[in-house]
Design a protein around this ligand. Structure first.
Ligand SMILES: O=P(O)(O)OC[C@H]1O[C@H](O)[C@H](O)[C@@H](O)[C@@H]1O
Length: 315
């Protein structure tokens, strides 16, 4: 990173849990909890929240927080014996005081935090592999939110291990019925609501009128989520993460969740940058990287135009 880093502020969040507040000089901000390494807030320079967090979200271990961006590892989904979405989202992470050099030195971000997760003896009982997980969360110069994950296989005497991963990303939207996703049309997907059967997306642009839980395969590295009512578009860019999971619980499932308001499904949409379908295999000494960048642009946005001019507000 070039230039002087803006000091990281560590303060108390909900229930006294430690959080880091990132502030960028133009007024963008983000909050990252050490619990779960979870980004719980990302605001633009007008103080408008761009991530959804349920009013009923439970910030209390061992429950995972429903909202923001959850780090799902070493499993995403409910495959195998491990708990759904893995365990690092409900563990405490630490600030990494000696992070490795950034992947690309060109980044001009000065507001960032490096976190590290190392498994405990208890964790090793459920997933007996020697690893560390490094997470960098940064705010870019135009307010974009950048997450970089690195998983390292540490034991030279151990066999390779496999994992799946996701940035489970809850976007705040005006009204789910006004939302359109571009970038996933014509893609194949596995439908979690139909025993993971394989289908091909028929809609020209994806819109919403009922529960959805689809794993889109081999997706492009840029996906747009267009919010007509708020006139803003989220642009999600990803690297090393071929799948994109789109989830909204809709009314019935929302009612069944204790930490989710009955009507809150109308104001959220999860679009998860993921590697769910083909597990990643890591050999001793190897490192895996997966990146996601979220930005917001004004929605005078033409269909198919995935690199619109950036503006500093979602208005
Ligand atoms: O409640 P969680 O474990 O956070 O999972 C919430 C949702 O996450 C993903 O989007 C999955 O595809 C869904 O099947 C799951 O219901």
């Amino acid at each position: 990173m070039s230039g002087e880093k803006i000091p990281v502020q560590l303060c108390k969040g909900v229930n006294g849990l430690d959080k880091v507040v990132l502030r960028e000089p133009k007024g963008f901000s983000a909050e990252v909890y050490l619990y779960g390494g979870q980004v719980t807030s990302w605001k633009n320079n007008f103080g408008e929240e761009m991530l959804f967090a349920s009013n009923k979200a439970i910030f209390k271990p061992p429950k995972a927080v429903h909202g923001g961006i959850s780090i799902c590892f070493p499993r995403f989904g409910s495959h195998g014996s491990l708990e759904q979405q893995g365990f690092v989202r409900n563990r405490f992470w630490s600030i990494d005081t000696d992070p490795p050099p950034p992947i690309r030195k060109s980044s001009s971000s000065k507001a960032y935090v490096d976190l590290i997760f190392k498994p405990s003896v208890e964790d090793a009982k459920v997933w007996p592999h020697s690893f560390e997980f490094l997470l960098k969360v940064a705010l870019g110069p135009t307010g974009e939110l950048l997450l970089t994950s690195r998983v390292r296989h540490l034991n030279p005497n151990e066999k390779p291990f496999s994992f799946t991963f996701a940035y489970q990303t809850y976007l705040s939207v005006s009204d789910i019925s006004e939302i359109r996703i571009e970038g996933l049309e014509t893609r194949n997907y596995l439908d979690n609501l139909r025993n993971k059967e394989l289908f091909t997306e028929q809609q020209n642009a994806i819109t919403f009128e009922s529960e959805i839980d689809k794993i889109y395969l081999s997706t492009p590295n840029k996906i747009a989520v267009i919010d007509h009512k708020r006139r803003r578009t989220f642009v999600l860019k990803k690297d090393g993460l071929p799948d994109a999971v789109v989830w909204n619980p809709w009314d019935k499932k929302a009612k069944a969740m204790v930490d989710f308001g009955n009507d809150e499904y109308q104001r959220m949409l999860c679009v998860d940058a993921a590697n769910e379908v083909a597990p990643i295999k890591l050999r001793p000494g190897e490192e895996w990287r997966g990146k996601m960048e979220l930005s917001v642009v004004h929605s005078s946005y033409n269909s198919g135009q995935l690199v619109p001019q950036k503006v500093s507000t979602g208005r």
